[in-house]
Design a protein. Structure first.
Length: 291
């Protein structure tokens, strides 16, 4: 039995689509089962509720031997690290109570980020919490999601501009969420691995933001440029959009860590996934912008 959390999220949705018709028994935790595709509702067992609720995970993890775990960020959380850890503690209790054998989680790429790197540090603290149960654990470690650009579709379409808290000439590792989902599916099908290991999941390109803008311009057949903004301006923007003080500061700290090269070492050495930035732009960004 495989338990999938966040089955309607950007990664969980694609993971579920890839394994729901396999031979494995599937159970999903969903706040609103009506949001699940019809095939999933037909094929999978559904536990209704939040996967951060102790009673829900206790029910969902009973009889399960593998779990896919994600803590969605909450930009209104008063304490970001507490949000990650408090969301995961009930799952750790259920993992131990029901003897779950393997967990695949989504964490983050980065070296030297255990402290003072905002959401990156919180994700690594979550890794340690899960690993502390003794379960076999694979921490998927992606950098920036290509899909984050979809939040700026309107600006790309109407002004030909996207905004980033990074220098335009900085190489920023990124990855398509489809590749994270594919790696998760691969690991969940494999009963043989043990122990605790981080698994970098990155795209095949090493592009600066200027180079990304150039590819976007070619694919969209219109000029697109990146506008670099100071990290402090990024923090203030997030506050204006409703983020809590701690969440806004954590986003600023994360951007600073990325600018200081947190991803660089693993980007040089990790085995890349298949989806390049140009392919992602053609298949995902272009329909979103032009559609």
């Amino acid at each position: 039995m495989i338990v999938i959390t966040t089955p309607t999220g950007s990664i969980g949705r694609q993971l579920l689509a890839g394994i729901v018709d396999g031979e494995e028994a599937i159970r999903v935790i969903a706040r609103d089962p009506s949001q699940l595709p019809e095939r999933v509702r037909e094929r999978a067992e559904i536990v209704t509720g939040s996967h951060t609720d102790r009673d829900v995970v206790m029910k969902a993890f009973e009889g399960a031997d593998r779990v896919f775990w994600v803590v969605p960020p909450d930009h209104r959380a008063a304490d970001v690290e507490a949000h990650y850890l408090d969301s995961t503690r009930p799952a750790c209790e259920a993992i131990e109570a029901h003897g779950v054998k393997q967990v695949v989680g989504v964490s983050t790429l980065g070296v030297g980020i255990e402290k003072n790197a905002g959401h990156l540090s919180a994700a690594r603290a979550t890794d340690e919490l899960i690993a502390g149960t003794g379960v076999a654990y694979r921490s998927l470690r992606p950098p920036t999601f290509m899909e984050n650009l979809l939040r700026q579709v309107e600006g790309i379409r109407d002004q030909g501009t996207f905004f980033m808290p990074h220098p335009a000439d900085r190489v920023l590792a990124n990855v398509a969420t489809r590749d994270i989902a594919a790696k998760a599916a691969e690991l969940l099908r494999d009963h043989s691995w043990t122990g605790y290991e981080g698994v970098p999941v990155i795209g095949p390109d090493a592009l600066t933001l200027d180079e990304m803008a150039g590819i976007m311009s070619e694919v969209l057949a219109r000029p697109v440029r990146v506008q670099s903004i100071p990290v402090e301006a990024h923090r203030q923007n997030m506050l204006r959009r409703g983020a809590s003080e701690d969440a806004a500061q954590c986003l600023a700290d994360m951007a600073t860590a990325q600018n200081n090269g947190a991803y660089d070492e693993e980007q040089r050495t990790a085995r890349p996934g298949p989806t390049g930035f140009r392919q992602w732009c053609e298949e995902v960004l272009k329909p979103a912008v032009l559609g």
